[in-house]
Structures are given as structure tokens and as C-alpha cells.
Design a protein around this ligand. Structure first.
Ligand code: ADP
Length: 193
């Protein structure tokens, strides 16, 4: 059985996590952030060290490692009863992050829509990330060079995912609007899906 899935898509700092956490509070939606799952690993877990090695350089964690970490987390959430694949819509943030990952997940996900929190104003994204650095204790947000590398990685490796799924599935939303307006637009999309 494939998971009925909505992808939250957008560059670092576009507000995917802010919006995803709210949507995850709605009954019958299960929110999963790949970045949060990596950050929740223990520092003495070898995978936690792999994550720090790559994320501190603004690079993506290798695909096989990422997909197996994702599967383990989703299976655990299912066993614990937090995610019910029969009933819930899965809201994914940060995965798939390149066309290879999308391909690896094609037999697992039934993607019914992709919500693209788009922003052309890079300086605004950088400002948001720098504010978040202290608030959320994120090392990868604290260093301007790492932020720039992450934005480059996003442009080069992640934006092709939009083409992978095709324009019929993509819903564009301006992420520079106030979060409450962004939320309203996301909800408008979701109720139609
Ligand atoms: P961002 O704000 O940069 O989008 P995330 O919290 O989504 O941050 O991800 C933080 C880091 O975790 C990324 O820079 C990357 O190193 C790693 N990561 C998260 N998701 C993935 C993924 N699907 N594939 C590979 N690496 C990932």
C-alpha cells in the first residue's frame, strides 16, 4: 500500500517546518521532517555523526542512508500508532530532496500534491536562517558560508524534484507573505486535494 502524501517543498528558510508543524496538528495528517529526524539522532549514534559531517558542510546526507533512516522512522511511527497509513495523509518536509530519492520512494509514496513555498528574495531567506540559528540552536544556520552552500545545494540538487513530479502536481505559494497568509493558502490547496 502506498502512502497518500503531500510534499512540502521550498528552500532552507522558506518556512516548511513552521507550516508543517501546524498542519501536523490537524486530525488525519501526519507531519514528518527529515531534518528534524536527523537532528533527533543521538550524538553517539554513528548515523548522527554522518549527519553532522554532511550538514555542517551544507551538503546532503547520502541517499541510501537518508531513505533507510526515513523508512525506519515511518515504520516506528506506524507501530507506535502515531501514523495510520490507512487514514492519514503524510506531509513530508525535506524529503525527497533530489530526483534519485524521489525515484527510490516511487513505490512507497502516492504523491497527491506538492506545495512549493517559493521565494525569489534570497536575502530574506538568509535573514530568516540567521535569526533561527540561535532560537533553534542550529549550527548549520549560524555560518554564512554554510547557508550559502545549502542554498546552492537546493538550487542544483533539490529544485529538479519539481520537474520529476511535473507541473500538474505543483502548487506555488509565495513564502514571503506573513506565515498566517501562507497557512491559509496551504489549507486552500489541501482542502481541494
Ligand atoms: P533546511 O532548513 O536547510 O531545509 P533541514 O532541517 O531540512 O534544513 O535539513 C538539514 C540538513 O539535514 C540538510 O542540510 C542535510 O544535510 C540533511 N538532510 C535533511 N533531509 C535530507 C534528505 N532528504 N537528504 C539528504 N540530506 C538531508
Amino acid at each position: 500500500m502506498k502512502y497518500r502524501t503531500i510534499l512540502l517543498f521550498g528552500s532552507p528558510g522558506s518556512g516548511k517546518g513552521t507550516q508543517g508543524r501546524i498542519i501536523g496538528q490537524i486530525p488525519d495528517f501526519f507531519y514528518f521532517s527529515c531534518g528534524d529526524a536527523f537532528r533527533n539522532l543521538r550524538i553517539d549514534d554513528p548515523l548522527g555523526r554522518v549527519f553532522i559531517d554532511y550538514s555542517s558542510r551544507g551538503l546532503l546526507v547520502p541517499d541510501e542512508t537518508t531513505i533507510s533512516m526515513w523508512s525506519r522512522n515511518i515504520q516506528a511511527a506506524t507501530l507506535q500508532g502515531n501514523f495510520n497509513p490507512e487514514r492519514d495523509t503524510l506531509v513530508l518536509d525535506g524529503i525527497p530532496r533530489n530526483p534519485k530519492q524521489a525515484d527510490m520512494l516511487k513505490d512507497t509514496l502516492n504523491v497527491i500534491g506538492l506545495i512549493h513555498l517559493a521565494c525569489l528574495d534570497r536575502s530574506k531567506m538568509i535573514e530568516r536562517l540567521q535569526r533561527r540559528a540561535l532560537r533553534e540552536n542550529r549550527l548549520d544556520d549560524a555560518n554564512l558560508e554554510v547557508i550559502k552552500r545549502r542554498l546552492e545545494t537546493y538550487d542544483k540538487e533539490t529544485t529538479p524534484v519539481l520537474d520529476y513530479y511535473g507541473s500538474e502536481l505543483v502548487h506555488e505559494i509565495d513564502s514571503t507573505d506573513h506565515p498566517v497568509k501562507v497557512l491559509r493558502q496551504i489549507l486552500d490547496v489541501i482542502v481541494r486535494l
